[in-house]
Unconditional design. Sequence first.
Length: 175
Amino acid sequence: MTAPPRPHWARRLDRWTLRLARVVSPLLGRPSDALLTRLAKVDRPAPPIAVPTPEELGVVDHLAEGRRALGAGMYAEALFHFGERLSATSGTDAAWAWHGRGDALQLMGQSRDALVAYEQAVQLAPGEGLHHLGRANALDSLDRPTDANAATRTGLKLDPTLTWMRPAPPEDTEP
């Protein structure tokens, strides 16, 4: 979108103003940057730039929607969104989608399937402590405390701030 052409008298006034400014400016000094900016915007407003939102483009952030559904207790919907994210991505996003699936399955009481999901997350992002702690929770639900403690130690070694999720297990004592 271009600005309409300026009338002849306005262009002539601009030329005279510039000539006057060349004579007067050495006497008065340079105007402030704020004034120059304000004057520049008066005559030539910038055209608005319309940036479409993800919703307008039809893009859904399935990872965020899955987390939202999980928080609302809609586990089947969460599984759907995490599955959609898995079909569209790989790498770190896929690890978080697998972790989300594990959370939903764990909350649905399907600990074996949750363990498989957490193990996928660990495989894709082994340096993320939260995936290991999710795996530890699933192992604990399956009554495998030794494996759960090992996964907990690994997760807390990677991120010691995660004790809010799962406390550190007692040290193994060997006879």
